[in-house]
Design a protein around this ligand. Structure first.
Ligand SMILES: Nc1ncnc2c1ncn2[C@@H]1O[C@H](COP(=O)(O)OP(=O)(O)OP(=O)(O)O)[C@@H](O)[C@H]1O
Ligand SMILES: [Mg+2]
Length: 370
C-alpha cells in the first residue's frame, strides 16, 4: 500500500478536517481540538465564540461611549481580559467535550465493526458445521449401505463356499456321484469369483470416493474395435447359456485414446448388466461406430428396463432399481458408479442411457478417437 493511500482520519496526528473552510484554505488546524472535529466551518463553536466576543466588545464599548461619553482604559482592559480568560477556558472545555464525543463515536464504530465481524464469523462457522454435518450424514449413509452390501454380498458366497467345504470335510460328499460333486465344486468356484469381484468393486469404489481417477499418464492408442469384438466373444457363451442372442455390429479399425484395463472393466460391466437383466429368448445388440472424432459404443437389450423415477440416481453408489432387486437379489450397485467414473476420466468421455421398464435399456459410451 502506498503512503498516499493511507487515509489520515480524525484523531490521527496530522489530520486535517477538509470540511472546514479555515483548514481547507490555510491547510492548518488552529486548535488542538480541531484534530477531532469533523464539522463544517460554520458549525465551529470557537468561531461562534469569537463572533459573539467581537459583537459584545463592540456592544460594550459603544454602550460605555454612549453612557459615559468616553471609554476608560480600565474598561477596555477589563473587557479584553474577560474575553481572553473566558476564551481560554471555553477553548479548553469545548476541546474536552469534542474529544469525549469523538472517543464515543470511535467506540461505537469499533463495536459496530466487531458485531459485523462476529456475525460474519458465526455465519462462516455455521456454514462449516452444516457442511461437515451433511458430509457426516452422507458418510453414515454410505457406511450403513456398505454394511448392507458386506452382510449380504460378502456373506452369501462365503457361507456357500463354507457349506460345500464342510460337506467334503464331513464325508457327506463321498456318497454323491462324481458329477454332482463337480457341480458343487463349480458352484463354490463361481461364488469365490463373485466374492473377488465384489471386493474389487468395493475397493475401486472407495478409491474413487477419495480421489478422482487420473488416467493422464496411462492413456494410449487402443484398438477399440478389436477389444469390443474380444469382449463380446467372451460373454457370448454366458448369454447363450441364458438363451439370449447377441448381435454385434462393430465397425473395424476404430482407435481410441484410452486405458485398456479400465475400458475393459467398464465395457464388461455394461455387458454383464445387459445379460443379467435380460430374460431368456430376448436379444442384445452391440454396435460400435465412428461419429466425427468420437467413437460411440451402444449396448441395447430387451431386458427388464429401469423404472423412470429410479433412472436419475442410477449412477450413484449402491443404487439398484427395485425391479432389478426383485430379479436378482445379489448385486452391489457399484458397477455403474465405477463405469461412469472410468468413462468420465477419459478425454471427452461420456456415458448415458435410455430405458423403458419392461421394454429394455440402451447404454451409450462416447470416447475420443485417437
Ligand atoms: N441393462 C440394464 N437393464 C436394466 N437395469 C439395469 C441395466 N444396467 C443397470 N441396471 C440397473 O442399474 C443398477 C446398478 O447397476 P450396477 O451394475 O451398478 O449394479 P448391479 O448390477 O445391481 O450390481 P453389481 O455391482 O454386482 O453389478 C442395477 O441394479 C439395475 O437396477
Ligand atoms: Mg452390474
Amino acid at each position: 500500500m502506498k503512503k498516499s493511500d493511507i487515509k489520515i482520519q480524525a484523531g490521527d496526528a496530522g489530520y486535517l478536517n477538509r470540511n472546514c473552510w479555515l483548514v481547507n484554505n490555510l491547510n492548518y488546524s488552529p486548535y488542538k481540538r480541531c484534530l477531532f472535529c469533523k464539522f463544517r466551518f460554520r458549525n465551529c463553536l470557537f468561531l461562534h465564540y469569537q463572533l459573539i466576543s467581537i459583537f459584545l466588545i463592540v456592544f460594550f464599548l459603544a454602550l460605555f461611549l454612549l453612557i459615559e461619553g468616553t471609554v476608560s482604559k480600565l474598561v477596555i482592559i477589563t473587557i479584553f481580559t474577560l474575553v481572553i480568560v473566558y476564551g481560554y477556558f471555553f477553548n479548553k472545555s469545548t476541546g474536552k467535550i469534542i474529544e469525549a464525543n469523538f472517543a464515543q463515536a470511535k467506540a461505537a464504530e469499533a463495536l459496530e465493526k466487531l458485531t459485523e465481524n462476529l456475525e460474519e464469523k458465526v455465519e462462516e462457522q455455521t456454514k462449516a458445521i452444516v457442511e461437515k454435518n451433511t458430509r457426516l450424514e452422507r458418510l453414515l449413509k454410505v457406511k450403513s449401505e456398505f454394511l448392507d452390501i458386506a452382510s449380504h454380498q460378502l456373506r452369501t458366497p462365503v457361507s456357500v463356499i463354507c457349506g460345500i467345504l464342510d460337506m467334503f470335510k464331513s464325508g457327506s460328499m463321498d456318497s454323491l456321484p462324481k458329477e454332482k460333486q463337480m457341480k458343487f465344486i463349480e458352484n463354490a468356484f463361481l461364488k469365490g469369483r463373485k466374492l473377488n469381484a465384489v471386493i474389487d468393486d468395493i475397493l475401486d469404489a472407495s478409491d474413487l470416493d477419495e480421489k478422482q481417477l487420473d488416467l493422464k499418464n496411462s492413456l494410449a492408442e487402443l484398438d477399440f474395435s478389436a477389444l469390443i469384438k474380444e469382449l463380446v466373444s467372451y460373454c457370448t457363451m454366458e448369454a447363450e447359456n441364458k438363451k439370449i442372442s447377441i448381435k454385434a455390429n462393430i465397425e473395424d479399425n476404430i482407435k481410441i485414446k484410452g486405458d485398456k484395463k479400465y475400458i475393459e472393466q467398464a465395457v464388461c460391466n455394461l455387458l454383464d448388466n445387459a445379460i443379467k437383466y435380460t430374460p431368456a429368448e430376448k436379444n442384445i445388440e452391440i454396435k460400435l461406430k465412428k461419429e466425427g472424432n468420437k467413437a460411440i459404443l451402444t449396448i441395447k437389450d430387451e431386458g427388464i428396463g429401469i423404472p423412470k423415477n429410479e433412472q436419475p440416481s442410477l449412477f450413484r453408489k449402491f443404487s439398484r432399481a427395485t425391479n432389478a432387486k426383485e430379479m436378482h437379489t445379489d448385486g452391489s450397485g457399484l458397477g455403474l458408479f465405477i463405469v461412469k467414473n472410468i468413462i468420465n476420466a477419459h478425454p471427452e468421455g461420456k456415458i448415458w442411457f435410455e430405458s423403458e421398464e419392461d421394454k429394455g435399456t440402451t447404454f451409450y459410451i462416447q470416447l475420443l478417437i485417437a
